[in-house]
Design a protein around this ligand. Structure first.
Ligand code: CU
Length: 171
């Protein structure tokens, strides 16, 4: 009887152990699922169906002040995506901004993720959506180029080059 009880306790511990392993396996499967990047990510570092044209970075008249990136975007991919992060190589920090009326004034605010579905056309332009580029690189000169990276929901990235333009060149 005493012997039987002891082996019963051992058996229960084994069952608990198996349960824990099952949980770990489930977590592993889950994190595998969220990496959906390969579905839309091309080997060239772009997102399938996404086209960027007219990309330019306009320097600030005060060299250390934020620069700004504008471009035209069109999306013809099948998968619905959203741009949730932007990065400009060489800058301290970059973020998506938009203008919104708030408190009877038009103010610059951090933009919501930009949704992309088949047929979406978006202009990042003066007075509208733009990438604000904090701590611009002191090495940037008009005529040069900078690499811009858009990161989508799901992790896919789209890289493109923007032409550096002199302060005041708003187009
Ligand atoms: Cu801004």
């Amino acid at each position: 009887m005493g012997k039987f009880a002891a082996s019963g306790r051992v058996a229960r511990r084994l069952v608990l152990g198996a349960g824990l392993a099952g949980t770990l396996l489930a977590l592993g499967a889950c994190s595998g699922e969220t990496a959906e990047a390969p579905a839309v990510q091309s080997a060239a570092g772009t997102v399938d169906g996404l086209t960027i044209t007219n990309a330019r970075l306009v320097l600030n008249a005060v060299k250390a002040n934020p620069a700004v990136v504008y471009f035209d975007l069109s999306y013809n991919g099948d998968k619905g995506l959203s741009i949730r992060k932007v990065e400009v190589e060489g800058a301290g920090m970059s973020m998506m901004h938009d203008y919104m009326e708030y408190d009877y004034k038009v103010q610059m605010v951090e933009a919501m993720p930009v949704a992309l579905t088949k047929g979406t056309e978006v202009e990042f332009k003066p007075g509208g959506l733009h990438i604000m580029v904090m701590e611009p690189s002191p090495e940037w000169e008009p005529g040069g180029k900078v690499k811009v990276t858009l990161t989508m929901s799901g992790g896919a990235t789209h890289n493109f080059e923007a032409e550096i333009m002199a302060p005041g060149a708003e187009r």
